[in-house]
Design a protein around this ligand. Structure first.
Ligand code: SF4
Ligand code: SF4
Length: 190
């Protein structure tokens, strides 16, 4: 009995010894991931460079690890960063907390936030693992000439349908804000 088991184990060893090794020389050589792999996040842009993020904070509320910080601010007629009324003036993801569950990208109403196939999230300091908006923003598309902000007049001249048929929220002028704000309120101006 013992001899039979010994021979069987030797056959198993021989079978594996003849197999091609599956070791990857990481990080120089990286294993290809599945197309739907949840890697690091990206904040996307429209074709003219306008940011898709409207600073709504839904991603931050959906995150079970409290890894996202969003600070929203108002777009104006002269300085528009996104097609919505608001944009993210600050956006951070803390990769010391993130568990790559993807709930934030499901919550995002404009597909501003998606996850890339990039897994290279390692660093030697804690600060470097808090990704800021600058690091998360997608590069400017080739069709874009400059970085936002743009004026509403510039955007209107491009004729881009940002919301696929849904109306774009016009930016409020200072006069609109003054009319809307209750007495003693500055209308949320920053
Ligand atoms: S992937 Fe999950 S844990 Fe990471 S930021 Fe998004 S919701 Fe939070
Ligand atoms: S990434 Fe999406 S969900 Fe998060 S603040 Fe921006 S628009 Fe809202």
């Amino acid at each position: 009995m013992a001899v039979a088991e010994f021979l069987r184990s030797m056959i198993t060893v021989a079978k594996h010894a003849l197999k091609k090794p599956v070791t990857y020389q990481y990080p120089e050589e990286q294993k290809p991931y599945a197309p739907r792999y949840h890697g690091r996040h990206q904040l996307n842009r429209y074709e003219d460079g306008l940011e898709k993020c409207i600073g709504c904070e839904l991603c931050a509320w959906a995150c079970p690890a409290d890894a996202i910080f969003v600070q929203g601010a108002n777009n104006t007629v002269e300085m528009r960063y996104s097609p919505g009324e608001r944009y993210a003036s600050d956006y951070q993801i803390n990769y010391l907390r993130c568990i790559f569950c993807g709930l934030c990208i499901e919550a995002c109403p404009t597909r501003a936030l998606t996850m890339t196939g990039e897994d290279f999230i390692a660093d030697v300091t804690r600060e470097n693992l808090i990704y800021t908006k600058e690091r998360l923003l997608a590069p400017l598309p080739a069709s874009a000439k400059t970085e936002p902000p743009f004026t509403d007049a510039e955007i209107a001249s491009r004729g881009i349908d940002y919301y696929g048929g849904y109306a774009q929220t016009p930016a409020l002028t200072s006069a609109d804000r003054a009319g809307l704000a209750p007495e003693g309120d500055d209308g949320g101006a920053r």
